[in-house]
Design a protein around this ligand. Structure first.
Ligand code: SF4
Ligand code: MG
Length: 319
């Protein structure tokens, strides 16, 4: 999947415009795990909802292309997009209980997707749903088929969500903070499972997280988002070894020491400015320890340091 120049704005009552996603480019290839990281409010979730075209008023995708399987998803009708969702792109949310329907059994919910998108009959859908439940780690899948969401633990519900998400073998799986609501021990199991499914089905996996520990473990490539824009992109190893953007470095410093050699527990002072009142210059300038005069004048472009590493910061431009 290729996202180019994506802009998603929210038109607020008081005539203000919140530029929640502002010119984002993002590529995720088959078999690859790309992490989109940043604090809450940086625009990660709006980016993923834009890809799914689940943006509601007053929000609007105002520009860009989202290419998947040779078509621009932004040109599709609502009906065509409904087909794409689930079939070609699936999403896993932070809180599985909001995505599962409490009044239907787990089996029912998986079967429904298969019957709708794969045109299976009831019997075929049941057989496939049980297979899928086994694949995602339910040993007594026949029993689980007849259980309701509230009968499962949080981790099990997330496994059921994964079964639904992969039921049509999508090309792209988007996971938005998939483990934030779970216990630490369960978190690793769930991400392991998503990774395993990614390999098995040769999907592209877009992992949205604020947790650099998760990134360190699972991502191939990382995009760091701040103020609705990508501020740094690099392969994971390079990002952890030689991050360039002061924001990325700040995030790294707030990581516990197991990911670094020495212990430096810092946090970035301040918070992400709201998307309707970004500073005039660099959007990180209000928090940046390296801010120079020009940083308050204009917003730097994302510049390519080499073929795999780019950064949006005046510290790396020649002027
Ligand atoms: Fe900091 Fe300036 Fe770089 Fe922005 S452009 S991150 S304010 S040094
Ligand atoms: Mg979010």
């Amino acid at each position: 999947m290729d996202v180019k120049d994506l802009k998603t704005y929210f038109y607020l009552d008081d005539q203000k415009v919140a530029r929640a996603v502002d010119d984002v480019d993002l590529t995720v290839n088959a078999g690859e795990t790309v992490a989109l990281v940043g604090e809450s409010g940086s625009g990660k979730s709006i980016t993923s909802l834009s890809i799914m075209q689940l943006i509601n008023k007053p929000g609007k995708i105002v520009d860009g292309t989202i290419s998947l399987l040779g078509q621009n998803l932004l040109n599709l009708s609502d009906k065509q997009m409904t087909k794409v969702r689930g079939n070609d792109v699936a999403m896993i949310f932070q809180e599985p209980m909001t995505a599962l329907n409490p009044v239907y059994t787990i089996g029912n919910q998986i079967s429904e997707v298969l019957r709708k998108h794969k045109k299976m009959n009831k019997k075929q859908a049941r057989r496939r749903a049980i297979e899928l439940l086994k694949m995602v780690g339910f040993p007594r899948a026949e029993d689980t088929f007849d259980e309701y969401p509230h009968q499962l633990s949080g981790g099990m519900r997330q496994r059921a969500m994964i079964a639904i998400a992969i039921s049509c073998e999508p090309k792209l799986l988007i996971a938005d903070e998939p483990t934030t609501a779970l216990d630490v021990t369960i978190q690793a199991q769930i991400i392991d499972l998503m990774n395993e499914m990614k390999e098995k089905l040769d999907m592209a996996l877009l992992l949205i997280t604020h947790d650099l520990g998760v990134v360190a473990e699972y991502a191939d490539r990382v995009l760091v988002m701040y103020g609705g824009q990508i501020v740094e992109e690099a392969p994971k190893k390079r990002l952890f070894k030689e991050s360039k953007h002061p924001y990325t470095s700040g995030l790294m410093e707030s990581l516990p020491s197991i990911y670094k050699e020495e212990e430096r527990l810092g946090t970035i002072r301040g918070t992400v400015p709201p998307a309707h009142s970004f500073p005039k210059g660099c959007r990180f300038s209000s928090r940046c320890p390296h801010a120079m005069d020009q940083c308050f004048e204009s917003n730097p472009d994302l510049i390519q340091l080499d073929h795999e590493h780019s950064v949006r910061c005046y510290l790396y431009t020649d002027e």
